[in-house]
Design a binder for this molecule. Structure first.
Ligand SMILES: Nc1ncnc2c1ncn2[C@@H]1O[C@H](COP(=O)(O)OP(=O)(O)OP(=O)(O)O)[C@@H](O)[C@H]1O
Length: 275
């Protein structure tokens, strides 16, 4: 793609003006070094990322560039070699209830019901709430993800898509400041994937949570995000580029796909990945 053409697409997408919302998530000079038998491997080097309160960010990049590593460090599940992560201006120290993670596989307790699976986390995060309040939170989010009639089904009886709905409900029920999603729909068929993207957007929009999602799917990254972050390939990966997606919300898949700019954004991202 011509440089001029690239600039035109960027400029058009970024013409929305400055985002005045406060910063909710800041990654400052993040470096990650994994020790390996062949010596240290620097996956990420001095990575900078700022995410505004209520913003939805998609992260794309080649396999192995360090997307999951970045997400797991923000989640506090993976040690940061250098640099720091701030959530709502406080430096993180390990995992905490201000961040919830949805993984590709929801890892539910198979013999517990959908309700019980969500309740486990809610009990930990809201120990002082009454039993009824805790149950109401769980039921509310399970209902929001379309499982209002399946509360008492055991996880083992649920389809993969339904299990991931529980995973999403569980994350939102913790009322985190930042929602971290690592390829959450990667194992689902395209129809279920589309349904769950809609569910996620609906609940996210209602809750106004800051969200950061790793995906391999360029179309998914555009449909969901306010901004797509493109990571360079490792080692020493960092943010290579970013693209604002200014489509209005709430988003409708058909309108997004028919939008005049959709294929410009798509080719911009594909172009980054192909170089
Ligand atoms: N515990 C570890 N020890 C050593 N190397 C690791 C470890 N975890 C990940 N890596 C390496 O770090 C790099 C980044 O891995 P990571 O899983 O973060 O990439 P990714 O971009 O999420 O990949 P994918 O898109 O395939 O999921 C890879 O080269 C991987 O092999």
């Amino acid at each position: 793609m011509e440089v001029l053409e690239k600039n035109k697409i960027q400029q058009k997408a970024n013409s929305q003006g400055k985002d005045l919302r406060p910063d909710m998530l800041v990654c400052q000079d993040i470096t990650k070094i994994y020790p390996t038998p062949k010596g240290d491997y620097t996956v990420l080097a001095d990575l900078q990322l700022t995410v505004k309160k209520g913003e939805f960010i998609s992260i794309i990049g080649h396999s192995g560039c360090g997307k999951s590593t970045l997400l797991s460090m923000i989640a506090g599940l993976n040690e940061i070699s250098a640099g720091k992560v701030l959530v709502d201006q406080e430096e993180i120290r390990g995992a905490g209830p201000d961040r919830a993670v949805v993984f590709q596989s929801p890892s539910l307790f198979p013999w517990l019901t959908a309700l019980q699976n969500v309740l486990i986390g809610v009990k930990q995060v809201f120990p002082h709430a009454s039993k009824k309040q805790k149950l109401d939170i769980c039921k509310y989010y399970l209902d929001k993800v379309g499982l209002g009639n399946d509360l008492n089904k055991r996880a083992i009886e649920l389809s993969q898509g339904m299990q991931q709905r529980v995973g999403i409900a569980r994350a939102f029920a913790l009322k985190p400041k930042v929602l971290l999603l690592d390829e959450p729909f990667g194992m689902l068929d395209s129809l279920t994937r589309g349904e769950l993207q809609d569910v996620l957007l609906e609940v996210w929009q209602k809750e106004q949570i800051t969200a950061l999602m790793v995906t391999h799917d360029v179309d998914e990254s555009i449909f969901l995000a306010d901004r797509v972050i493109m990571m360079t390939s490792g080692p020493y990966a960092k943010i290579g580029d970013e693209l604002r997606i200014p489509f209005e919300r709430p988003r409708d898949r058909v309108h997004v796909l028919e939008h005049d700019d959709y294929y410009d954004y798509r080719s911009y991202l594909m172009n980054f990945l192909n170089h």
